[in-house]
Design a protein around this ligand. Structure first.
Ligand code: THU
Length: 138
């Protein structure tokens, strides 16, 4: 499903706002591409992250993974939604590595993409990440 206006961000407005605030802490001096994320646990707790770049480039960590790792390291398990905010007209989707991680910890969660202008899209992970490799193969 894909929705295209801020009104549809409605039930996710708080999650989007948290991701937007987290984005302000982005450490992105190399790309200048600032991203914020917020993952919502089924308990109701929200964990946020921003992208953290490194001079080696390759050690850069995306906002989504920072948010998920924070939640996991705090003992949280089970998530139903993750919001991603960037300043792009075409809304920024999670990269492939993040999709693998989101699938591992959040399963078929709702992925809410938003920009600073209030444009919002909602997607399900199963659509963004078809035929995943996961623990069912091990
Ligand atoms: N980035 C994220 O944090 N999340 C995404 O969904 C896309 C990309 C970051 C990584 C890097 O710091 C910058 O954006 C440019 O790729």
């Amino acid at each position: 499903m894909s929705e295209r206006n801020a009104e549809h961000g409605g039930e996710y407005a708080a999650l989007i706002a948290a991701a937007r605030t987290a984005r302000e802490n982005a450490h992105a001096p190399y790309s200048n591409f600032r991203v914020g994320a917020a993952v919502r646990a089924k308990s109701g707790r929200v964990f946020t992250g921003c992208n953290v770049e490194n001079a080696t480039y390759g050690l850069t960590m995306c906002a989504e993974r920072v948010a998920i790792f924070k939640a996991i390291s705090e003992g949280e398990r089970g998530f139903d939604a993750i919001a991603v905010v960037a300043d792009t007209d075409a809304l920024t989707p999670p990269c492939g590595s993040c999709r693998q991680l989101i699938w591992e910890f959040c399963g078929d969660a709702e992925v809410v993409l938003a920009n600073l202008a209030g444009k919002v899209e909602r997607h399900h992970m199963a659509a963004l990440f078809p035929k995943p490799f996961d623990a069912s193969f091990l």
